[in-house]
Design a protein around this ligand. Structure first.
Ligand SMILES: Nc1nc2c(ncn2[C@@H]2O[C@H](COP(=O)(O)OP(=O)(O)OP(=O)(O)O)[C@@H](O)[C@H]2O)c(=O)[nH]1
Ligand SMILES: [Mg+2]
Length: 338
């Protein structure tokens, strides 16, 4: 069967809510081949409906346990839910990802739940791009809620949290006081704070400290992050958390952050563009039909800045580097511009 025909059928099945097609398309996008961008482009029009919720916090804070409870809560409310567990630390999708699977087993037979783990392995374009593609696909597939679990606040995690309408920061009494939470930069991204493990000593105190810190740091564009107590272990405080998330999503959707949404769309476009340039340039460079400018770079005769400028400033040079086979040779610019 022709490749295009096969893809067309796959997209058709995806649009008919076939979960096997969803899994297959995620894998295709994961492999980062030519089909990846075409699939994303085709399916993007179906996105924009899902509530995307990021859950982050320090290792062992109880994020997975909490996410599991949230999934159960959303399912009770009749909302289909997908989970993306991102594990940047583990190249072998080891410990916690396996743990996720173990804890998520209660949902395995539920067609309204989809769980996918992402580790650094296999994603050529980087983890945050991978997470974005997967979140968009799950949204396009029709999940009402997409939960993203990630650890900490590194560059990758921040980029991933940028995908979320609502970011929940999970803290624990034993994780230190509010000053440490604020120092870690978590207040920058938190739309909601959760003090999990409320069954342990010090939870009430941490909640009060966090509330004070939130008050002192002022409103986030008209939104004051609430601080909630949960015990994921004992299944306490979950419906209050889900209500608070809903309130925040309503707030976001009310358009008060239209400018922020617009900026996010532009960031997404630039990231997609850069990702595609990287991918295509890499493939063109590996294909053997080397553009002249690349040969000069390879031989050390043109420095990377001069080469980049040349590619961006000369008609058709970029297309050539991307292996599109159009345009003028980029290796012969006027001497004055070298
Ligand atoms: N006492 C108590 N323990 C909890 C609670 N929530 C989770 N735990 C326990 O904390 C440990 C870590 O829970 P996880 O849900 O794996 O935490 P995590 O934040 O996902 O961990 P990583 O993904 O490895 O960063 C497990 O032993 C849980 O049973 C809670 O509310 N109270
Ligand atoms: Mg976890």
């Amino acid at each position: 069967m022709a490749k295009n025909e096969r893809l067309e059928q796959l997209v058709e099945r995806f649009c008919a809510a076939d979960r096997l097609a969803l899994a297959r398309i995620i894998t295709l996008v994961e492999s980062g081949g030519d089909e990846a961008a075409a699939l994303m482009e085709q399916l993007y029009g179906r996105t924009g409906r899902a509530c995307v919720i990021g859950v982050t916090g320090s290792p062992g804070a109880g994020k997975s346990t909490l996410v599991n409870r949230m999934v159960a809560g959303y399912r009770q409310g009749g909302r289909s839910t997908a989970v993306v567990a991102v594990d940047p630390s583990s190249p072998f999708s080891g410990g916690s990802v396996l743990g996720d699977r173990v804890r998520m087993t209660e949902h395995w037979a539920d067609p309204g739940v989809f769980i996918r783990s992402l580790s650094t392995r296999g994603w050529r374009g980087g983890l945050s791009r991978a997470a974005r593609d997967v979140v968009r696909l799950l949204d396009a597939f029709g999940f009402d809620v997409v939960l993203i679990e990630t650890v900490g606040v590194g560059q990758t995690e921040l980029a991933i949290m940028d995908l979320a309408d609502t970011t929940v920061v999970v803290t624990v009494p034993e994780g230190g006081d509010a000053v440490q939470v604020m120092k870690a930069g978590l207040n920058e991204i938190a739309d909601l704070f959760v003090v999990n493990k409320s069954d342990r000593d010090g939870a009430g105190r941490l909640k009060a400290e966090l509330q004070l810190s939130v008050e002192l740091s002022g409103n986030k564009q008209g939104w004051r992050p609430p601080v909630l107590l949960t015990s994921a272990l004992r299944n306490e405080g979950i419906s209050e958390l889900l209500d608070a998330v809903d309130r925040h999503i309503e707030f976001v959707r009310a358009g008060e952050r239209a400018a922020a949404q617009a900026q996010r769309r532009v960031r997404e476009f630039l990231d997609v563009l850069l990702g595609e340039i990287e991918r295509r340039a890499g493939r063109a460079a590996a294909s053997g039909a080397e553009p002249a400018v690349l040969a000069l770079v390879r031989e050390g005769r043109l420095n990377p800045y001069a080469a980049a400028r040349r590619v961006l400033e000369y008609d058709g040079a970029l297309a050539q580097v991307l292996g599109l086979g159009r345009g003028q040779p980029a290796a012969e610019p006027p001497a004055s511009r070298q």
